[in-house]
Write a protein that binds this ligand. Structure first.
Ligand code: GYE
Length: 335
């Protein structure tokens, strides 16, 4: 009696569960239910995307190539791009992000000019439901304020520069350093990475280190001051980018020394100007930093908008180039 009653209860319960769709059995319900599975949600395509990009400026050959890559890729993919140029001022760049928030773009890409001071405006974007991708430069903000960072390993670029420099000068040099924009991610990390390796070379000393703001004009000015202060004592230049190295080359020539010979020079970026200088024997090496980030950026943006998982850091692939290969490689360079 007891058994048959519990059996009855079990049977009724199973039927109710089945009706509610809670069992593994396929149950057909008369009213169609909304499909909550994200995989079957309509996915956005590149043509549906409105992407905002807050570029920091046009300070270098690298940056110009980076901007071209972003604009060209948007056009090729059919993405609607709202591109704003902050002309090297953080305030302008913060304003640009605010404008893009008001315009309700789907996603914002930004190359933060400096590392600090972004929390407030990134929080505003988050509150408005607009995801942020850091492109090329990182910002020191809590990880929940951006989706992904797409760009280079600047620390490693600094280390590579020091290793090459050590070979060029046989472990003995008086180095002057042309630092990039103060407080920018690449300047901070190229500074630290270089010193990490230099610890192993007690006879390689950095005798002075000043910012040339990543521009050719400032690089030349600062190098001229270094030469006035230290003259022939300088045996090597470490420039955080090619533009500053090219400026330094001019200053060294005007001072009456041979760049690349009397003073060894290593820089970062591997832009066309650097290849030309290597062919002319005035630059000794350039460490690649890839600005052609357009394709990876939009691929990432589409994934984010479609709710797909993305890595916190998407690193770019980079090499090192020397004068002996420069003329062969130059025609293949896109920047
Ligand atoms: O090396 C420099 C540019 O952020 C990696 O910015 C970029 C740097 C690049 O001005 O030339």
């Amino acid at each position: 009696m007891k058994i048959s009653r519990s059996f009855l209860f079990f049977a009724v319960f199973t039927v109710i569960l089945g009706y509610l769709g809670c069992t593994q059995q396929p149950v057909s319900l008369s009213t169609p239910q909304p499909d909550l599975n994200s995989e079957t949600k309509p996915q956005k395509t590149y043509e549906d995307l409105i992407v905002g990009f807050a570029q920091l400026g046009a300070e270098s050959e690298w940056r110009v190539a980076n901007t071209v890559s972003i604009k060209e890729t948007a056009e090729q993919l059919g993405v609607e791009l709202r591109f704003l140029d902050a002309q090297q001022k953080q305030d302008n760049q913060i304003e640009a992000v605010r404008k893009l928030i008001i315009q309700k773009v789907d996603i914002i890409g930004i190359s933060p000019i400096v590392e600090t001071g972004w929390e407030e405006v990134f929080q505003e974007a988050k509150d408005a439901g607009i995801p942020i991708i850091l492109v090329d430069r990182r910002a020191t903000v809590p990880e929940d304020l951006y989706i992904s960072y797409l760009g280079s390993d600047f620390l490693e670029e600094g280390r590579k520069s020091a290793r090459i420099m050590a070979e060029l000068v046989n472990g003995k040099a008086n180095i002057v350093e042309l630092v990039g924009t103060i407080d920018s991610a690449p300047a901070n990390d190229r500074y630290i990475g270089f010193r990490e390796v230099l610890k192993d070379y007690p006879e390689m000393q950095i005798i002075d280190s000043q910012s040339g703001d990543f521009t050719r004009a400032r690089g030349k000015e600062v190098m001229a001051v270094f030469l006035r202060n230290y003259g022939n004592k300088i045996t090597a230049v470490y420039a955080h980018n090619d533009d500053m190295a090219l400026g330094a080359i001019e200053a060294i020539e005007e001072y009456g020394l041979n760049p690349g010979v009397d003073i060894k020079i290593v820089s970062v970026d591997a832009a066309r100007g650097a290849f030309e200088a290597m062919i002319a024997g005035k630059l000794n090496a350039t460490v690649e930093c890839n600005p052609l980030l357009g394709p990876q950026f939009f691929e990432l943006a589409l994934k984010v908008v479609n709710g797909l998982p993305t890595p916190k850091w998407v690193p770019s692939i980079e090499g090192i180039f020397f004068p002996e290969d420069a003329s062969k490689i130059l025609p293949t360079r896109k920047y």
